[in-house]
Write a protein that binds this ligand. Structure first.
Ligand SMILES: C[S@@+](CC[C@H](N)C(=O)[O-])C[C@H]1O[C@@H](n2cnc3c(N)ncnc32)[C@H](O)[C@@H]1O
Length: 236
Protein backbone atom coordinates (compact mmCIF):
# COMPACT_ATOMS: atom_id res chain seq x y z
CA UNK A 1 0.00 0.00 0.00
CA UNK A 2 1.38 3.40 -0.97
CA UNK A 3 1.56 6.18 1.58
CA UNK A 4 0.32 9.11 -0.46
CA UNK A 5 0.19 12.86 0.01
CA UNK A 6 -2.70 14.34 -1.90
CA UNK A 7 -3.27 18.08 -1.57
CA UNK A 8 -6.49 19.84 -0.59
CA UNK A 9 -7.32 20.68 -4.22
CA UNK A 10 -7.25 17.00 -5.16
CA UNK A 11 -9.50 16.12 -2.20
CA UNK A 12 -11.93 18.88 -3.24
CA UNK A 13 -12.01 17.66 -6.81
CA UNK A 14 -12.34 13.98 -5.86
CA UNK A 15 -15.00 14.49 -3.19
CA UNK A 16 -16.98 17.31 -4.85
CA UNK A 17 -16.09 19.82 -2.16
CA UNK A 18 -15.11 23.47 -2.24
CA UNK A 19 -13.02 25.64 0.04
CA UNK A 20 -16.12 27.71 0.83
CA UNK A 21 -18.01 24.53 1.80
CA UNK A 22 -15.17 23.44 4.05
CA UNK A 23 -14.94 26.89 5.64
CA UNK A 24 -18.68 26.71 6.43
CA UNK A 25 -18.50 23.31 8.15
CA UNK A 26 -20.35 23.48 11.48
CA UNK A 27 -17.97 21.02 13.17
CA UNK A 28 -14.69 19.16 12.83
CA UNK A 29 -13.54 17.26 9.75
CA UNK A 30 -12.02 13.77 9.90
CA UNK A 31 -9.55 12.57 7.27
CA UNK A 32 -9.17 8.78 7.61
CA UNK A 33 -6.78 7.62 6.35
CA UNK A 34 -4.74 10.81 6.54
CA UNK A 35 -1.51 9.32 5.16
CA UNK A 36 0.85 12.20 4.39
CA UNK A 37 -1.93 14.26 2.77
CA UNK A 38 -1.93 18.04 2.82
CA UNK A 39 -5.65 18.21 3.57
CA UNK A 40 -5.31 18.77 7.32
CA UNK A 41 -2.71 21.52 7.01
CA UNK A 42 -4.48 23.31 4.18
CA UNK A 43 -8.00 23.04 5.61
CA UNK A 44 -6.77 24.29 8.98
CA UNK A 45 -5.66 27.49 7.23
CA UNK A 46 -9.27 27.87 6.05
CA UNK A 47 -10.41 27.75 9.67
CA UNK A 48 -11.51 24.09 9.71
CA UNK A 49 -10.90 21.97 12.75
CA UNK A 50 -9.33 18.88 11.20
CA UNK A 51 -8.26 15.57 12.67
CA UNK A 52 -6.36 13.01 10.61
CA UNK A 53 -6.27 9.33 11.59
CA UNK A 54 -3.88 6.70 10.28
CA UNK A 55 -2.11 3.70 11.87
CA UNK A 56 1.21 5.06 10.61
CA UNK A 57 1.00 8.04 12.97
CA UNK A 58 2.29 5.62 15.61
CA UNK A 59 5.60 5.57 13.71
CA UNK A 60 8.29 8.24 14.14
CA UNK A 61 7.79 11.20 11.76
CA UNK A 62 11.02 10.41 9.89
CA UNK A 63 9.77 6.91 9.06
CA UNK A 64 6.50 8.27 7.72
CA UNK A 65 8.38 10.92 5.70
CA UNK A 66 10.49 8.18 4.06
CA UNK A 67 7.39 6.09 3.30
CA UNK A 68 5.63 9.11 1.80
CA UNK A 69 8.63 9.94 -0.42
CA UNK A 70 8.72 6.30 -1.53
CA UNK A 71 4.97 6.47 -2.23
CA UNK A 72 5.47 9.51 -4.45
CA UNK A 73 8.32 7.82 -6.34
CA UNK A 74 6.27 4.64 -6.81
CA UNK A 75 3.40 6.76 -8.15
CA UNK A 76 5.78 8.45 -10.62
CA UNK A 77 6.81 5.03 -11.97
CA UNK A 78 3.18 3.84 -12.17
CA UNK A 79 2.12 6.98 -14.04
CA UNK A 80 4.97 6.63 -16.55
CA UNK A 81 4.47 2.89 -17.10
CA UNK A 82 0.66 2.71 -17.12
CA UNK A 83 -0.65 6.12 -18.23
CA UNK A 84 -3.96 4.50 -19.23
CA UNK A 85 -4.71 4.08 -15.51
CA UNK A 86 -4.59 7.86 -15.03
CA UNK A 87 -7.06 9.31 -17.52
CA UNK A 88 -8.17 12.25 -15.36
CA UNK A 89 -7.23 15.66 -16.79
CA UNK A 90 -5.26 16.57 -13.68
CA UNK A 91 -2.89 13.67 -14.36
CA UNK A 92 -1.99 14.77 -17.89
CA UNK A 93 1.06 16.74 -16.75
CA UNK A 94 2.25 14.15 -14.28
CA UNK A 95 5.37 16.10 -13.28
CA UNK A 96 3.15 19.02 -12.23
CA UNK A 97 0.71 16.64 -10.56
CA UNK A 98 3.46 15.01 -8.51
CA UNK A 99 4.87 18.41 -7.53
CA UNK A 100 1.47 19.05 -5.91
CA UNK A 101 2.08 15.90 -3.84
CA UNK A 102 5.56 17.17 -2.88
CA UNK A 103 4.09 20.45 -1.64
CA UNK A 104 1.33 18.62 0.24
CA UNK A 105 3.88 16.33 1.89
CA UNK A 106 5.90 19.32 3.08
CA UNK A 107 2.77 20.98 4.47
CA UNK A 108 1.79 17.73 6.20
CA UNK A 109 5.22 17.36 7.82
CA UNK A 110 5.23 20.93 9.15
CA UNK A 111 1.61 20.76 10.34
CA UNK A 112 2.09 17.44 12.10
CA UNK A 113 5.12 18.85 13.92
CA UNK A 114 3.10 21.91 14.97
CA UNK A 115 -0.14 20.06 15.87
CA UNK A 116 0.81 16.47 16.76
CA UNK A 117 -2.43 15.88 18.71
CA UNK A 118 -4.40 16.45 15.49
CA UNK A 119 -2.78 13.36 13.93
CA UNK A 120 -4.18 10.34 15.72
CA UNK A 121 -2.73 6.84 15.39
CA UNK A 122 -5.81 4.72 14.69
CA UNK A 123 -6.83 1.85 12.46
CA UNK A 124 -10.18 1.07 10.94
CA UNK A 125 -12.50 -0.60 11.83
CA UNK A 126 -12.00 0.94 15.29
CA UNK A 127 -11.49 4.64 15.80
CA UNK A 128 -10.89 6.30 19.18
CA UNK A 129 -13.56 9.00 18.73
CA UNK A 130 -16.94 9.45 20.37
CA UNK A 131 -20.16 8.93 18.40
CA UNK A 132 -21.07 11.88 16.17
CA UNK A 133 -17.80 13.79 16.64
CA UNK A 134 -17.31 14.98 13.05
CA UNK A 135 -19.42 17.13 10.75
CA UNK A 136 -17.73 15.58 7.72
CA UNK A 137 -15.65 12.43 7.39
CA UNK A 138 -13.56 11.77 4.28
CA UNK A 139 -11.96 8.45 3.41
CA UNK A 140 -9.67 8.60 0.42
CA UNK A 141 -7.82 5.76 -1.32
CA UNK A 142 -8.28 2.97 1.16
CA UNK A 143 -11.38 0.79 1.45
CA UNK A 144 -12.10 0.16 -2.24
CA UNK A 145 -8.62 0.98 -3.55
CA UNK A 146 -7.09 -2.00 -1.70
CA UNK A 147 -9.67 -4.83 -1.85
CA UNK A 148 -6.90 -7.33 -1.04
CA UNK A 149 -6.69 -5.69 2.41
CA UNK A 150 -10.42 -5.15 2.93
CA UNK A 151 -12.77 -8.06 2.27
CA UNK A 152 -16.46 -7.10 1.96
CA UNK A 153 -17.18 -7.66 5.68
CA UNK A 154 -14.14 -5.54 6.62
CA UNK A 155 -15.33 -2.79 4.27
CA UNK A 156 -18.76 -2.90 5.92
CA UNK A 157 -17.30 -2.70 9.45
CA UNK A 158 -15.02 0.19 8.45
CA UNK A 159 -17.84 2.12 6.77
CA UNK A 160 -20.10 1.65 9.81
CA UNK A 161 -17.32 2.94 12.05
CA UNK A 162 -16.84 6.03 9.86
CA UNK A 163 -20.61 6.65 10.12
CA UNK A 164 -20.57 6.14 13.90
CA UNK A 165 -18.00 8.90 14.48
CA UNK A 166 -19.86 11.28 12.14
CA UNK A 167 -22.65 13.57 13.32
CA UNK A 168 -26.03 12.25 12.10
CA UNK A 169 -26.56 15.70 10.52
CA UNK A 170 -23.25 15.37 8.66
CA UNK A 171 -21.96 12.78 6.24
CA UNK A 172 -19.22 10.37 5.26
CA UNK A 173 -17.70 10.51 1.79
CA UNK A 174 -15.62 7.68 0.35
CA UNK A 175 -13.52 7.77 -2.81
CA UNK A 176 -12.51 6.05 -5.07
CA UNK A 177 -14.92 3.16 -5.62
CA UNK A 178 -12.48 1.20 -7.76
CA UNK A 179 -9.17 -0.56 -7.13
CA UNK A 180 -5.69 0.31 -8.39
CA UNK A 181 -6.38 -1.49 -11.68
CA UNK A 182 -9.54 0.48 -12.33
CA UNK A 183 -11.89 -2.40 -11.40
CA UNK A 184 -15.12 -1.18 -9.86
CA UNK A 185 -16.10 -2.76 -6.56
CA UNK A 186 -18.25 -5.71 -7.72
CA UNK A 187 -20.30 -5.99 -4.51
CA UNK A 188 -21.09 -2.32 -3.92
CA UNK A 189 -24.87 -2.84 -4.24
CA UNK A 190 -24.75 -5.61 -1.61
CA UNK A 191 -22.65 -3.42 0.65
CA UNK A 192 -25.13 -0.56 0.33
CA UNK A 193 -28.01 -2.95 1.12
CA UNK A 194 -26.14 -4.14 4.25
CA UNK A 195 -25.50 -0.52 5.27
CA UNK A 196 -29.21 0.12 4.87
CA UNK A 197 -29.99 -2.74 7.24
CA UNK A 198 -27.74 -0.99 9.78
CA UNK A 199 -29.71 2.25 9.41
CA UNK A 200 -27.27 3.97 7.05
CA UNK A 201 -28.53 5.64 3.89
CA UNK A 202 -26.18 5.73 0.93
CA UNK A 203 -25.98 7.38 -2.44
CA UNK A 204 -23.40 7.53 -5.18
CA UNK A 205 -22.78 10.89 -6.76
CA UNK A 206 -21.04 11.22 -10.10
CA UNK A 207 -18.92 14.19 -11.08
CA UNK A 208 -19.67 15.17 -14.70
CA UNK A 209 -16.91 14.15 -17.15
CA UNK A 210 -14.82 12.79 -14.32
CA UNK A 211 -14.35 9.32 -15.83
CA UNK A 212 -13.56 6.43 -13.55
CA UNK A 213 -12.55 8.73 -10.73
CA UNK A 214 -15.86 10.55 -10.65
CA UNK A 215 -17.90 8.39 -8.25
CA UNK A 216 -18.22 9.16 -4.57
CA UNK A 217 -20.07 7.07 -1.98
CA UNK A 218 -21.95 9.29 0.49
CA UNK A 219 -23.29 7.89 3.74
CA UNK A 220 -25.51 9.26 6.47
CA UNK A 221 -27.02 7.77 9.57
CA UNK A 222 -30.66 7.29 8.60
CA UNK A 223 -32.21 8.79 11.72
CA UNK A 224 -31.36 12.48 11.42
CA UNK A 225 -32.61 15.30 13.63
CA UNK A 226 -35.85 16.84 12.33
CA UNK A 227 -35.23 19.82 10.05
CA UNK A 228 -31.50 19.16 9.73
CA UNK A 229 -30.32 19.52 6.14
CA UNK A 230 -26.75 18.47 6.80
CA UNK A 231 -23.81 20.78 6.74
CA UNK A 232 -23.50 21.25 2.99
CA UNK A 233 -26.62 20.84 0.92
CA UNK A 234 -24.98 20.70 -2.52
CA UNK A 235 -21.54 20.90 -0.99
CA UNK A 236 -19.96 23.06 -3.65
C1 LIG B 1 -3.04 5.43 -0.28
S1 LIG B 1 -2.83 6.15 1.34
C2 LIG B 1 -4.11 7.40 1.34
C3 LIG B 1 -3.71 8.62 2.12
C4 LIG B 1 -4.55 9.86 1.86
N1 LIG B 1 -5.95 9.64 2.16
C5 LIG B 1 -4.43 10.33 0.41
O1 LIG B 1 -5.37 10.18 -0.36
O2 LIG B 1 -3.34 10.81 0.05
C6 LIG B 1 -3.48 4.85 2.35
C7 LIG B 1 -3.27 5.04 3.84
O3 LIG B 1 -4.12 4.15 4.54
C8 LIG B 1 -3.51 3.85 5.77
N2 LIG B 1 -4.18 2.65 6.33
C9 LIG B 1 -3.89 1.35 6.09
N3 LIG B 1 -4.74 0.55 6.77
C10 LIG B 1 -5.58 1.37 7.46
C11 LIG B 1 -6.67 1.14 8.35
N4 LIG B 1 -7.07 -0.10 8.65
N5 LIG B 1 -7.30 2.21 8.87
C12 LIG B 1 -6.93 3.48 8.55
N6 LIG B 1 -5.89 3.75 7.72
C13 LIG B 1 -5.23 2.71 7.17
C14 LIG B 1 -2.07 3.66 5.38
O4 LIG B 1 -1.21 3.78 6.51
C15 LIG B 1 -1.86 4.76 4.35
O5 LIG B 1 -1.31 5.91 4.93
Amino acid sequence: MLVTSRPLDEYCSSFGLSRAGLRALPGPLLDCPGGAAGLSAEARVLGCRVVAADPLYAAPPAVLADLARAGRDAMAVQMRNTPQRYPDARHHRYDKYLRSWDRARELFTADRAAHPHRYVAAELPRLPFADGTFALTLSSYLLFAYPDRFAPDAQLSALLELVRVTDPAGEVRVHPLHDGNGRRCPHLDGLRAALGRHGVTSEITVRPAGGLNSRVLRLRAARRPQGADGPFGACT
